[in-house]
Ligand binder design. Structure first.
Ligand SMILES: NC(=O)C1=CN([C@@H]2O[C@H](COP(=O)(O)OP(=O)(O)OC[C@H]3O[C@@H](n4cnc5c(N)ncnc54)[C@H](O)[C@@H]3O)[C@@H](O)[C@H]2O)C=CC1
Ligand SMILES: N[C@@H](CC=O)C(=O)O
Ligand code: NA
Length: 815
């Protein structure tokens, strides 16, 4: 026989009762034996509490009473055939009249005792359970309404009565002997004392009723039906990837509930725990959900922990001082003091030097704790043996729970790593000696980010979700979004990575959606977004405080880089193809790198040099492995490379430049390329990454263009001047052809000196054979002294650049 308990939402309306009846009918037809326990309709207990208070102040309570009556009457009309409605109407009316008399009494006396309050509240369960039994009578004629207050006997602790187990069990067993062939509908929550006065069973009262019945009647199982899919790995309102647990142990259920999972209230289940009766949490609104099974022994858990829970708001008290050292009984005295004043201590940690004790309490208790401490330890404070108590506010507890933790090393490492990587500072740590839970205290504002990051670390097949904010939707930016969209399934399946684009901006508009923007529709989303404002965009990123957060800069703007530092400080990583920040002053470059390192976030800019070619990464590997750069020779302008590779035959220089622009090789402003400025920036970044403190003025920049083009004041004017300079470029070309050479714009870095110059090179030069938009870079180092390390390939273009940005993005957080 099973005990089947329905919570308030399950009996809250005709529709939900319909579901309940379906569930019961299925059991009945398959021959299952069961006893039903019912809560009051959802919200009714609250209304009754309010009515009792209202009446006790002498105010009018009729409206609320009518509401309760109507809710039950509506269900009668919806769920019982007209010819059978009368008995139900009559009995509900009787209950409501009794309730009215009681409230009237309270109103006249202006007094509400706990005893009268329990009596008033009992009508919630009486009405709902009676109604359910009446509706059920249409399906099982032998159904019987049972007022459990006649059978469950308690002490007189009204509001939170404790059960007299042996007398109750005896009464229940005798009753069941006589009625075991009927379908019984027990009121939850209510009982009575020795004088037959109604009592209630406190928080989780109906679950308690179910557990008492199960224990008394040796039920094989208890089903608790509510409106959620059992116990989840974390609060699904905060952690979207939380999922239902199929099973957990009594201990785990206790630990998880203690830390905030509100699905069951374990103290109410103790009678069942004692008799080792399994409890199954089911969902009335999703009967196909198999349920979360809670029992003594569970199967081996696939995951190292069972769930993550939190306590929303706590304060941390820190006590320090030499007076505690070796003083036996100090903590005993401290905590019994707190206990005496009913201050609940949530967790405690003590340093092994005994110099400090830290404990967490609810914020409401802080003042009281302070006063107690100050008066009890007045002498120690005066003699400086103890320091004044320090309180840290706005904190919360995050706890990971699971019996498996005991046998698995590395759990706390994983927890701290997930928090650390997201810049979440841990204020205190406590591990119960049971090793069933590890609790950390963190800032409240970080709780959502922390829960998600920790959930990802322990549960998701996905190793991580990257929250990306991408600015710039031009040539590179739009290509990147397309590549991410095309690759997302692969990444999810093969790499366990989900890339969520949580924000997109360009110079006109911006859109932020923490749930992730559907990349098949990003253009519509951004066009429908708000006007672009970088400051607002950055503040929103900081406010959302998402885990694994990355800012991607695909603009050529000088403004965006000014936010990188602020982003690093907020633990946001930056991936950029924009070279402006890294090629501004050395001080700024250094500051960005130091800040990123200090905050433990990534700053990746592979595409700053040679687009997707692995140049920055290679240089970094050389440097970190202890090599020394002797010389760098490079062609790192895709545009100029393309131009010289295609400035052959009849085509004019102007036309080749236009083509390079069309192919997406040039900067948004092609003057940046042809003036050599873009090249110079790249050389400066290389020099800096190679360890040189280089500024823009330190680089000797040879010109490609005649003065007139250099002086053009707009892009259009620039192109006009290019057209006019045909003969200048043709002369260059002819000279090269005559000497059997090619034009190459080459950068050099040697002994900390850098230059970029236009050269004529013959076939013996390693840079002679280039095609397309090829870049080539040759590193001569201590280790690659005689044969330099050479990287060559397309160094510009949307596809290869976006791919380089993409690779940086995926690598964030992987070191
Ligand atoms: N084309 C290539 O082969 C390579 C380009 N890059 C770099 O890629 C970056 C982007 O180049 P393209 O995509 O060709 O430029 P683009 O002109 O096509 O696109 C720039 C985008 O940035 C947006 N933008 C500009 N200022 C902004 C601001 N203040 N706030 C928000 N959005 C802003 C624009 O609205 C536009 O969507 C440049 O920094 C360039 O140096 C780097 C390596 C190779
Ligand atoms: N405009 C640049 C693009 C890469 O940084 C180039 O031509 O190399
Ligand atoms: Na690169």
């Amino acid at each position: 026989m099973k005990i089947v308990k329905f919570g308030g939402s399950s009996v809250g309306s005709g529709q939900s009762i319909h579901n309940v009846l379906n569930i019961l009918q299925n059991k009945y037809t398959s021959g299952e034996k069961f006893i039903v326990v019912s809560s009051a309709m959802v919200g009714v207990t609250n209304i009754l509490t309010e009515l009792a208070e209202t009446a006790s102040k002498g105010n009018d309570f009729k409206k609320g009473l009518i509401e309760i009556e109507q809710r039950h009457f509506t269900v009668i009309k919806e769920m019982i055939t007209v010819k059978n409605q009368n008995p139900a109407f009559t009995q509900i009316k009787i209950f409501i009249n009794e309730l009215e008399d009681l409230l009237q009494g309270v109103c006249s006396l202006r007094e509400l005792s706990l005893q009268s309050k329990d009596l008033i509240l009992s009508y919630g369960e009486k009405c709902s359970t009676f109604l359910l039994s009446q509706i059920a009578q249409q399906y099982f004629s032998e159904s019987l309404y049972v007022d459990a207050s006649t059978l469950i006997k308690t002490d007189s602790n009204f509001g939170n009565a404790r059960v007299h187990t042996s007398v109750t069990e005896h009464l229940l067993q005798e009753f069941y002997k006589k009625h075991s062939n009927q379908v019984l509908f027990f009121t939850g929550f209510i009982a009575s004392n020795e004088n037959n006065r109604i009592t209630t069973l406190g928080r989780g009262g109906s679950d308690y009723t179910a557990a008492i019945l199960a224990a008394a009647l040796n039920a094989e199982e208890i089903e608790l039906w509510s409106d959620v899919d059992g116990m989840l790995t974390a609060d699904p309102r905060v952690v979207k990837k939380a999922f239902s647990l199929s099973e957990l142990s009594y201990t785990e259920a206790m630990e998880l509930s203690y830390f905030g999972a509100k699905v069951i209230y374990p103290p109410a289940m103790i009678p069942a725990f004692r008799k080792k009766i399994p409890i199954v949490l089911k969902n009335t609104f999703n009967p196909s959900f198999k349920g979360t099974r809670i029992e003594e022994h569970t199967h081996k858990n696939t995951y190292p922990i069972r769930g993550i829970s939190s306590i929303d708001e706590i304060s941390l008290i820190n006590i320090t001082g030499s007076g505690m050292i070796g003083k036996i009984g100090f903590s005993g005295k401290l905590f019994s003091l707190l206990a005496r004043e009913q201050i609940n201590v949530i967790l405690i940690t003590q340093s092994s030097s005994e110099h400090s004790i830290t404990f967490a309490i609810e914020p409401k208790d802080v003042q009281k704790a302070k006063q107690l401490f100050n008066s009890e330890f007045e002498l120690e404070l005066e003699t400086n043996k103890l320091n004044p108590l320090v309180v840290e506010e706005n904190l919360c507890v995050l706890a990971i729970v699971g019996e498996n933790m005991k046998q698995t090393p590395g759990i706390s490492g994983k927890l701290f790593q997930a928090l650390g990587r997201n810049g979440i500072n841990i204020h205190a740590i406590a591990q119960g000696s049971s090793e069933y839970n590890i609790s950390v205290i963190i800032k409240r504002k970080n709780i959502s980010k922390a829960l998600n990051a920790v959930h990802d670390a322990f549960f998701t097949q996905l190793t991580k979700t990257l929250h990306v904010f991408s600015i710039g939707t031009g040539n590179i930016g739009s290509t990147l979004l397309r590549q991410i969209e095309a690759q997302s399934n692969f990444l999810r399946k093969n790499n366990g990575i989900e890339v969520k684009i949580s924000g997109i901006a360009n110079s006109r508009k911006m859109v932020i959606d923490e749930e992730g923007i559907d990349l098949t529709q990003w253009e519509e989303r951004i066009n429908g977004g708000e006007p672009s404002d970088m400051e607002t965009f950055i503040q929103k990123i900081k406010f959302l405080n998402l885990s694994n957060c990355i800012f991607v800069d695909n603009t050529a703007s000088p403004v965006t880089g000014t936010y990188y530092k602020e982003l690093f400080e907020s633990n946001v990583s930056v991936v950029t193809c924009n070279k402006i920040a890294n090629s501004s002053s050395y001080k700024e470059y250094k500051d960005l790198k130091d800040t990123a390192r200090r905050r433990g976030v990534d700053f990746f800019y592979e595409t700053n040099v040679g687009a997707g070619l692995p140049i920055i990464r290679t240089l970094k590997d050389l440097m970190t492995s202890g090599d020394r750069i002797i010389r760098i020779e490079a062609i790192v302008s895709g545009t100029i490379s393309y131009i010289f590779n295609h400035f052959i035959g009849d085509i004019s220089f102007y036309e080749v430049v236009k083509k390079a622009h069309k192919l997406g090789y040039t900067e948004p402003d092609p003057r940046e390329d042809l003036s050599g400025k873009d090249f110079m920036r790249k050389m400066m970044i290389l020099a800096r990454d190679a360890g040189y403190k280089m500024e823009e003025n330190d680089i000797k920049l040879g010109a490609i263009l005649p003065e007139s083009c250099m002086n053009a004041s707009s892009i259009d004017e620039f192109y006009e001047e290019l057209k006019k300079s045909d003969s200048y470029f043709n002369e260059l070309k002819e000279k090269a052809e005559m000497e059997n050479k090619v034009l190459r714009y080459i950068g050099k870095l040697e002994n900390g000196k850098a230059s970029v110059s236009l050269e004529l090179v013959d076939a013996s030069h390693p840079f002679y054979n280039l095609t397309g938009s090829d870049n080539i870079i040759s590193f001569t180092t201590e280790r690659y002294k005689f044969n330099p390390l050479v990287i060559k390939g397309p160094g510009a273009g949307a596809e290869v650049t976006a791919a380089g940005v993409f690779a940086d993005l995926i690598n964030v957080g992987s070191n």
